[in-house]
Design a protein around this ligand. Structure first.
Ligand SMILES: [Zn+2]
Length: 317
């Protein structure tokens, strides 16, 4: 019996914020054979993008998770310090590129020829376009939207909405998106969803007050997400490579919850930088709130980032 040898495929990039462009490139690569990915080092990425990019280790971890989830596959990921990486030494059957990196592939083959190495067959995919008809790129996603913060496996964006200045959060992980507390200004939130180039999966409210839920329906209708209600202690919410755990924290309202991630927490109106939430509104209970804060005390660790329902984001000391 003859077993066909798997073709060797190479791709390269920074893979900073994983978007549909990456998905399309990698899908092609995995169709062709065994994939090796040249992932830019921190120094090289900064030179290339003319700005600081996400940390190599973090990008590598995210990329591995993305590949496992999207393609049920594995790739060898190798750090590269320049645009040629290991492609001048090692032989490959295919190199998969975007129109943007096509020239690099030509250059690689020219250099290989000089070294008496056989050329690598170039497979060029089309640009994946955003809604403005322009190629998707991480730099653009970062520039166009709000200033995001990297929080472990996630990108978190804060959008302050409505007359009560509610903190609405976008949590992005590996191409999927969760919205917490769309309390108003649905149009503004929808625009941010579009810019993020991620697929909206869920809408979650930390509690049922109007300033935290007002734009639920508009977003659900226009972006097609599921509104998660009746969440219980210990429920797990999966977004991309990330998991958030529900912690029920009654007090401010009966239905108040917090959402715990790795190293961070969304606390709604239960806990703020300068204190706890109010309990004088219908359904509020001072006693319940004290119990909930005791519960949180056991969970909150120094260095953890707290994303509250109003006011400043802060760290636990
Ligand atoms: Zn409230």
């Amino acid at each position: 019996m003859v077993i066909a040898k798997k073709k060797k495929v190479v791709v390269g990039g920074t893979f900073e914020i994983l978007h549909r462009g990456h998905e399309s490139l990698l899908r092609k690569a995995f169709k062709l054979g065994q994939v090796t990915i040249g992932l830019t080092s921190n120094v090289f990425a900064q030179k290339l993008k003319k700005r600081k990019a996400g940390d190599f280790k973090q990008r590598k971890k995210e990329l591995e998770g993305f590949i496992k989830k999207e393609f049920k596959a594995q790739a060898e990921i190798v750090k590269i310090e320049d645009k040629f990486g290991f492609t001048l030494e090692e032989d490959f059957d295919y190199i998969v590129v975007s129109p943007e990196t096509y020239k690099t592939a030509l250059l690689i083959n020219r250099k290989r020829q000089k070294r008496n190495k056989k050329p690598i067959e170039i497979v060029k995919i089309d640009f994946v376009l955003d809604k403005d008809g322009k190629p998707i790129s991480a730099t653009k996603i970062l520039k166009k939207g709000l200033q995001p913060t990297q929080q472990g496996k996630n990108i978190i964006k804060l959008l302050v909405v409505g007359p009560l200045l509610t903190n609405c959060y976008l949590v992005i992980s590996a191409g999927e998106l969760l919205i917490i507390d769309p309390g108003g200004e649905g149009g503004k939130i929808l625009k941010e969803i579009e810019v993020s180039e991620a697929k909206l999966k869920y809408i979650i409210n930390t509690h049922n007050h109007p300033d935290h839920i007002s734009a639920n329906e508009k977003i659900r209708k226009e972006a097609g997400a599921e509104i998660l209600i009746d969440l219980r202690n210990g429920d797990k919410i999966r977004i991309g490579n990330s998991v958030l755990k529900v912690i029920q924290t009654p007090g401010h309202t009966k239905d108040s919850i917090c959402l715990l991630g790795k190293g961070f927490i969304f606390t709604g109106d239960t806990l703020f930088k300068d204190g706890k939430g109010r309990t004088d509104l219908p359904g509020g209970s001072q006693e319940d709130l004290e119990k909930s804060l005791e519960k949180l005390k056991k969970i909150l660790k120094p260095g953890m980032t707290v994303y509250p329902g109003h006011g400043e984001i802060f760290k636990i000391k």
